[in-house]
Design a protein around this ligand. Structure first.
Ligand SMILES: [Mg+2]
Length: 174
């Protein structure tokens, strides 16, 4: 992760993947309920730091468990409402959560590494400038998504290092 020369200021935006970055990913399963949604260590602290720093913070998450029938959009929105409440409680901010419910086999435009969710965010928040945006994810498809849109990309380690909090520390100590 090379962030040293970026000169991040309030005109920048942050794109976050969800599973494996914000919450623990479930191997070969989907987070279908609040009970299965477990925040990774210090994620809320990281979001507090990011909230002071970025103009817009959005989450972009592939959720093909919906397309597979493992959960419904209502199940997902219950999980996201619960998460957003935790974010608000600590005084942090996420502007919007975008999700792609479609199956990978259909290769829909909304599914990362395709750029649909990024373009949708830009439509909702025209001030987003992809060249002044950071994408943080734990999968190659996240990095590919960010690359296609011209963002700066940071990969979270599957071993937990760097974590979202480590990235927040790096960025805020500049
Ligand atoms: Mg992920």
């Amino acid at each position: 992760m090379s962030l040293d020369h970026l000169n991040i200021d309030k005109s920048w935006s942050l794109f976050l993947d969800r599973d494996g970055v914000i919450n623990k990913r479930l191997p070969n399963d989907y987070v279908k309920s609040i009970e299965e949604f477990e925040l990774l260590p210090h994620v809320l602290d990281a979001l507090v730091r990011f909230s002071d720093m970025f103009a817009r913070i959005v989450v972009v998450t592939n959720q093909q468990g919906i397309g597979k029938g493992a959960m419904s959009e209502t199940d997902l929105s219950l999980v996201h409402d619960h998460f957003m409440k935790s974010v608000e409680r600590v005084g942090a901010r996420i502007d919007k959560i975008y999700f792609c419910p479609e199956l990978a086999t259909a290769n829909p435009e909304c599914r990362k590494p395709n750029t649909g969710m990024g373009l949708e965010a830009k439509r909702d928040f025209p001030e987003i400038d992809f060249e002044k945006s950071i994408m943080i994810g734990d999968s190659p498809s996240d990095i590919e998504f960010g690359d296609r849109l011209g963002m700066h990309c940071i990969k979270i380690g599957s071993d937990g290092f760097p974590s979202l909090f480590h990235v927040a520390e790096r960025i805020t100590s500049q």
